[in-house]
Design a protein around this ligand. Structure first.
Ligand code: BGC
Length: 931
């Protein structure tokens, strides 16, 4: 168990970033930079380090994040060319960072400074090395695009690369991006070194300097294949639709596709990455053990002259059989400890053959809807990336039905899917077959399995703590809830609910007085995944992004880091982080790839499980998301994934299955999009048949924020809560007020008409309560303070105070202040403080008149108001609120002077007026209270 200590937290995050940096090229040992070297740093992104992508996963408020130049200077190991730096600085004065207007509008890249030949030649004369930094972002509601300045380099960047590579002998290009980019320019300009440093959170810049200067060896390996051209990816042509994307590439995602059909399209293979030393693998062997497991051994030796770590990767080539198989599938990996030059480490790895099984969705093997191992020779390759992994041996397995399931979530739209055709020189031709269609209607299945509810028993005095203390069972406890209570419990409240930690995304469980009276605590969830997002401005630790963590290939290290995340959640009274995001990198342009891990399901699943297990040590958890197939952000509320059951099970659901089974996941967020005709939040087969039924999941499921649900054949709607509950998506997130059914959902109507049964509401209430029973929320409600909580409340927090400029205002004789709204900063991250003086003590009303200027209807636009250090509240508008709205806050004016602070967590709001006026004098208040 760890204790919360910000220094140790930072140090571990910094090491994690270095372990995730992927060095793609290092000709003539361009890196590390020699000690004492004079270095010219090019690229404007040296001043705006991207700590994460954009959207909910990028809104962690944190202290100063050092950029790469600052970090290099602070390292004391190299000298950064000050003259070149000041050329950039003065250009940036006229070309400041452009944050874009509002939600999802930050540009993919910041305009690059054009370089004159004189500037580059002068720098080349004065320095022995050049570091070129390229920066990119993308995120929620904003996919990348195959245009210059996003996936492709901008013209000014190419000019910079050309000029610098022609003038310097030693050039290192550093890519600060959430995901992979076009890399054709490497062949053209041939810089000495090229390294992806991803988006490393608050410690990222410092860690990059550690790697550049050789304090740390880059430890990362690619978690995605880098193909020559964007059109080479198997999902090309079936990505980016507004309404429906077919998945004809089937299980052939990422390297599974390239190694089978198109090896020549690969620039950098999956799993590839260099270090500052060299390694040799020896003593490889594979055998089928007496225990029935497949055993592999390998020895890794450091044959270079520096310390470093290597990643051993094991790939399987299953027999083509009747199903058809990718030429390679990752089936195991392990990372060495840091090996000194000459040192060796031996590995003995094993796994069960059933991990190699495939899902037969057509019945071609004679075992429809089963995980099957087809009989034949399974060949194993061990190496340090998918391409160079060498054949070690093979094992012959007999045909085995590993698990007989029942068909679920199969497609209803006919399409053809890819499969290997005839092989030639080890490469398969592309063949297609019709994807098997659905034969079972999920609604029939639901009707068959429905248990009619017993009805409400009325209040018997049982509290949820009685269930915790085994005095009453969950069924009898829940039977007390009226239909209206049940309709309320499936509504989460947010954002920035005053019932939970300020500034967080949602409250759930005890959201009404009646539910609280039953002893149901109010749970708190916060984005996620890159640290705790608190829109009121509270600081939190900004974590490295998902892609970076996957590239570490080091679940143990990631687990250690997430122990601190667990402690931080617990300290902030957040029961579940809304992360990790574990969708598959199906296509390089998905805006949220930065949050997600990899194109490979095993790597993704192991990362997720390690994060969850770490957070569970401290009683808190993570909400794995987005279940399932959030493969693009464009039209994410509506774009349907049409996909075979096999591809779903083997690729897209697999990480969730691993997180449920090996990570004991207990909270899941569904995706916005429909999967095979049914919006995820109302997809019975996805949530009830597969998740609960086949995987044995016992946790809760929440929607994504304001997600749609549908009845088959109907359009998705945000109000169709009946369909949501019927599918066993337990919580609709989020409404402003559950008790008043503020979003007019159809729960009560559904119960009345019988389109959903009370039993189904009880089932969801049970899932929510079971979650709460396992979370610190229950202890908070019961007033139990554990030793851990005591220690955490005493540990210093990460909030380093507020240093915003202060304006002073004074109430006149009318006890009223009209604030000058032009002083109030409304750009993302702006803090504006007022020192307020009043003459009359009493209760004041602060009224804000504000509206959205954002073009996106579902943008989240929060403005928080603090009195001194206390949050009065947060006015969160959605992008659609474009007419003037008012928000009111009570301000107790007991002292003559106090501070008011306005914090904008997101750009996109306009303020018309802010007034403070006396409502009741102190005397009136005292009289009311009978004093
Ligand atoms: C995102 C989720 C996030 C939620 C709450 C949604 O827009 O898709 O990932 O957790 O908002 O902020």
């Amino acid at each position: 168990m760890k204790t919360f200590e910000s220094g140790a937290y930072s140090a571990l995050a910094r090491r994690t970033v270095a372990e995730g940096c992927v060095l793609l090229r290092n000709e003539g040992q361009a890196l590390p930079l020699p000690e004492g070297a004079k270095v010219a740093v090019f690229g404007r992104s040296q001043f705006n380090y991207y700590k994460s992508g954009t959207g909910s996963g990028g809104l962690v408020n944190t202290g100063h994040v050092p950029n790469i130049t600052e970090a290099l200077e602070a390292s004391g190991r190299v000298t950064v060319d000050g003259e070149l730096k000041s050329v950039y600085e003065s250009w940036i004065e006229d070309h400041p960072f452009d944050p874009g207007q509002g939600w999802a509008n930050e540009p993919w890249y910041q305009e690059e400074m054009p370089l004159s030949l004189e500037t580059v030649s002068a720098a080349a004369r004065a320095n022995e090395a050049a570091v070129v930094i390229l920066g990119r972002t993308a995120g929620e509601d904003k996919d990348s695009s195959a245009v210059e300045g996003s996936y492709l380099p901008a013209k000014a960047e190419l000019d910079m690369l050309k000029a610098v590579c022609e003038s310097f002998r030693r050039v290192a290009v550093v890519i600060n991006s959430g995901g992979i980019l076009d890399m054709k320019w490497v062949e053209e300009y041939r810089p000495g070194a090229v390294m992806y440093v991803w988006q490393g959170g608050q410690e990222g810049g410092l860690a990059v300097a550690d790697v550049l200067t050789g304090i740390q060896s880059p430890g990362g390996r690619l978690s995605d294949t880098i193909a020559r051209d964007i059109s080479d990816y198997p999902a090309a042509g079936n990505f980016g639709s507004e309404s429906r994307n077919l998945y004809p590439e089937d299980v052939y995602v990422g390297y599974r596709y390239f190694e089978t059909f198109a090896p020549d399209k690969v620039l950098y293979p999956f799993g590839f990455g260099l270090t500052y030393t060299t390694f040799e693998l020896s003593n490889q062997s594979v055998s089928l053990g007496d225990d029935g497991n497949i055993w592999l051994s390998v020895t890794v030796g450091n044959t270079g002259s520096r310390p470093g770590r290597e990643v051993v990767q094991v790939y399987c080539e299953a027999p083509q059989g009747k199903l058809g198989q990718p030429a390679r599938s990752l089936c195991h990996f392990a990372k060495t400890r840091e090996l000194a030059p000459g040192e060796q480490q031996g590995f003995s790895l094993f796994f069960t053959p059933s991990a190699l099984a495939s899902y037969d969705d057509s019945g071609v093997t004679g075992h429809k809807s089963a995980w099957v191992l087809e009989g034949g020779e399974y060949t194993f390759y061990i190496g340090t990336d998918v391409r160079s992994a060498e054949k070690v041996g093979s094992v012959t397995l007999e045909e085995t039905v590993v698990e007989q399931l029942e068909e679920a979530c199969a497609p209803v739209t006919p399409f053809d899917r890819l499969r290997p055709g005839a092989p030639q020189d080890g490469i398969y031709s592309k063949a297609y077959e019709p994807a098997p269609l659905r034969t079972v209607n999920p609604m029939d299945r639901r009707n068959e399995k429905l248990i009619k509810s017993e009805g409400c028993t009325g209040d018997k005095g049982y509290k949820l703590s009685d269930v915790a203390d085994s005095k009453v069972n969950m069924e009898d406890f829940l039977a007390q809830l009226t239909d209206d209570d049940l309709c309320c419990i499936v509504r989460g409240e947010g954002m920035c609910s005053p019932k939970v930690t300020p500034g967080t995304a949602g409250a759930f469980g005890g959201v009404t007085k009646r539910l609280l009276d039953f002893g149901i605590p109010t749970g708190c969830c916060a984005d996620g995944p890159s640290g705790i997002r608190m829109d009121c401005g509270t600081h939190a630790f900004a974590m490295p992004n998902g892609t970076l963590m996957a590239c570490t290939f080091d679940p143990e290290l990631v687990s250690e880091l997430y122990e601190y995340e667990g402690l931080e959640l617990r300290k902030n009274k957040v029961d579940t982080l809304l992360g990790p995001g574990i969708n598959i990198h199906r296509h390089p342009l998905n805006g949220r790839n930065f949050e997600y891990f990899s194109e490979d399901p095993l790597l993704t699943g192991r990362m997720a499980a390690s994060q969850l297990n770490a957070m569970h040590k401290y009683g808190v958890t993570g909400t794995i998301k987005h279940f399932a197939c959030n493969s693009q952000e464009f039209h994410r509320h509506d774009v349907e994934a049409v996909i075979s059951e096999r591809a779903l099970r083997e690729i897209y659901l697999r990480p969730f299955e691993i997180a449920v089974k090996a990570g004991a996941a207990r909270s899941i967020m569904t995706s916005y999009n429909p999967v095979n005709g049914l919006w995820s939040a109302s997809n019975y087969d996805l949530l009830t048949t597969i998740l609960h039924g086949q995987w044995g999941y016992t946790g809760m499921v929440m929607t994504d924020w304001w997600a749609k649900s549908n009845d088959e054949g109907q359009e998705g709607e945000r109000t169709n809560t009946a369909a949501m509950v019927r599918a066993q998506n337990d919580l609709f997130m989020v409404v402003p007020d559950s008790a008043s059914n503020a979003m007019h959902d159809n729960s009560a109507e559904g119960l009345e008409k019988g389109t959903v049964d009370r039993w189904e509401y009880i089932r969801s209430a049970g899932n929510i309560c079971n979650f709460l029973l396992q979370s610190p929320a229950l202890q908070r409600l019961r007033g139990i303070e554990t030793e851990l909580d005591r220690a955490l409340s005493e540990a210093p927090s990460l909030d380093d105070g507020d240093s915003a400029e202060m304006f002073y205002v004074e109430a006149g004789g009318d006890n009223r202040i009209d604030f000058d709204v032009s002083l109030i900063g409304l750009e993302k991250g702006d803090n504006t403080r007022f020192g307020v003086s009043i003459k009359e003590q009493g209760l004041y009303k602060l009224t804000l008149t504000l509206r959205s200027t954002d073009s996106n209807d579902v943008s989240q636009l929060p403005l928080s108001v603090f009195q001194d250090r206390n949050l009065l509240g947060t006015a969160t508008l959605t992008g659609a609120q474009r007419d003037w709205e008012t928000a009111e806050f009570n301000v107790m004016g007991f002292s003559g002077n106090f501070y008011l602070r306005f914090f904008a967590a997101q750009t996109g709001l306009e303020l018309k007026s802010v007034t403070l006026e006396l409502v009741k004098t102190l005397q009136e208040l005292q009289k009311e209270m009978g004093q």
